[in-house]
Design a binder for this molecule. Structure first.
Ligand SMILES: *Cc1c(COP(=O)(O)O)cnc(C)c1O
Length: 390
């Protein structure tokens, strides 16, 4: 309680507060859910179809197939590519666990490639170097809302028969412009995988996910795979999953998708303001801001900085009721369950360094200027005290 004496307005700054967002759309959401309740069509159904169409239109991609989570979206995409034993799939060691578990779960081998320390995203050139005769797919992750620059690599992976499966779980609405051409996160490769977990920038009110693709045969395969491998009831062409999107979640997503552009813009303003406030306080020597690659429309799913004395700073902020997060404390190649892959500490120094100094500051569309100022003031106080101590 020491903090409250230093800080008179000791109101908590949460890293995310979904209640504030709900307050903005409560009426629309209730109407949408009421519609599903009236129809009693809970699994797939008209709202799922409508959402799939609207999402495909928004992303400018021919097909979108709803499913039950982002993890399943990745699994379904790899299943549709017949990834299995003996195959390799290249991805980043710096992501949420599901990015790699989908590979291992199918008996294939995750092959990790280090990140670009500026963007925190996988280094695409290095990924190309790791392509072997066994490589079936490449999974870049558009981490924290910023797209991986894929345009130069797309034809080179294609030439070598490697499918491109984008993990766009944190990047709905993110895009990139290069040489006058636009690339949308999740619509640039062969498959795009999305998560609608409630904390994602486009979240629903439970679990949900989606896979996008360009080819209609791939879309039919995905639809079959999410429904026990059956095109028609009780006739199973192959082994699939039970991985459907609920109608209530689709109804929620239809409402939230209509507001997404506005919310993404609000996130970008908050990110800009963090940059300004941190610079104003002279903190740029000790706090490294996230870099936005030229041409990128970063939607700041997270605002992740790199800091000196990360754990100490996080504790200091927590004592002042400011909540921050660490994405991710342990890179994937060092996870106990992937020990059998034979990686060890030192294999991916950039990812390992980032896991030790990254800190995600509070960001969500409704975060106020006052709250941001309090976050930055507290960071400034931390480094002022450190300087005094020498
Ligand atoms: C959230 C997330 C997933 C998994 O999504 P779920 O809906 O939670 O299964 C996969 N990849 C990344 C990068 C994520 O952030």
């Amino acid at each position: 309680m020491k903090a409250s004496t230093e800080n008179k307005t000791a109101q908590r700054v949460p890293s995310l507060d979904l209640r504030r967002n709900y307050a903005r759309i409560e009426k629309e959401i209730k109407e949408a859910i009421d519609g599903v309740l009236a129809s009693q069509a809970f699994i797939l159904g008209p709202d799922v179809e409508a959402f799939e169409e609207e999402a495909a239109m928004y992303l400018d991609v021919p097909h979108a197939v709803g499913c039950s989570s982002g993890s399943d979206a990745l699994l379904l995409a790899l299943m549709a590519l017949d990834v299995g034993e003996g195959d390799e799939v290249i991805t980043t060691p710096y992501s949420f666990f599901a990015t790699a578990s989908c590979i291992a779960r199918l008996g294939a081998r995750p092959v990790f490639v280090d990140i670009d320390p500026r963007t925190y995203n996988i280094d695409v050139e290095r990924a190309l170097e790791r392509v072997s005769s066994r490589t079936k797919a490449f999974i870049p992750v558009h981490l924290f809302g910023q797209m991986v620059p894929l345009e130069a690599a797309i034809p080179r992976f294609r030439e070598r028969g490697v499918a491109l499966v984008e993990d766009a779980a944190q990047a709905f609405g993110s895009w990139r412009r290069s040489d006058g051409e636009y690339f949308r996160a999740g619509a640039a490769g062969d498959f795009g995988c999305f998560s609608f977990y409630p904390t994602k920038n486009l979240g629903c009110y439970g679990d949900g996910g989606m896979v996008t693709c360009k080819k209609s045969d791939a879309a039919s395969r995905l639809r079959r795979l999410r429904f026990h491998g059956a095109d028609h009831a009780y006739l199973h062409e192959e082994m699939g999953l039970n991985s459907r999107l609920d109608s209530i979640q689709a109804a929620v997503l239809r409402v939230r998708l209509r507001h997404l552009e506005e919310w993404n813009e609000e996130r970008r303003l908050i990110a800009d303001r963090y940059g300004m406030l941190l610079a104003e306080k002279g903190l740029l020597e000790v706090v490294r801001l996230p870099e936005v690659l030229e041409g990128n429309y970063h939607i700041f799913h997270q605002y992740t900085v790199r800091v000196r004395g990360r754990n100490e700073l996080q504790r200091f902020l927590a004592e002042r009721d400011i909540e921050t997060k660490i994405y991710y404390p342990l890179p994937l190649h060092l996870q106990p369950c992937f020990k059998y892959l034979g990686y060890s500490e030192g294999d991916f120094p950039e990812a390992e360094a980032l896991s030790k100094d990254s800190l995600a500051l509070p960001i969500f569309p409704e975060l106020t200027i006052d709250e941001q100022e309090r976050v930055v003031d507290a960071i400034a106080a931390f480094y002022a005290i450190k300087r005094q101590k020498g």
